[in-house]
Design a binder for this molecule. Sequence first.
Ligand code: SF4
Length: 51
Amino acid sequence: MKLAICNICPRKCTIKEGGVGFCNARDNVDGVVTCINYRCVTSLALDPLEK
Ligand code: SF4
């Protein structure tokens, strides 16, 4: 099992292979921390032209 240490934020999670970090936004793929939601829409808002 390959562990990965995430250095994105001060929490510095140790993530097991196939597991996710505290934020549920990073995972461990073959010992490498990856971003789960990369290339995904994470928020959507309507901004009216008339304002
Ligand atoms: S997995 Fe998420 S909560 Fe954990 S250190 Fe990385 S960014 Fe921070």
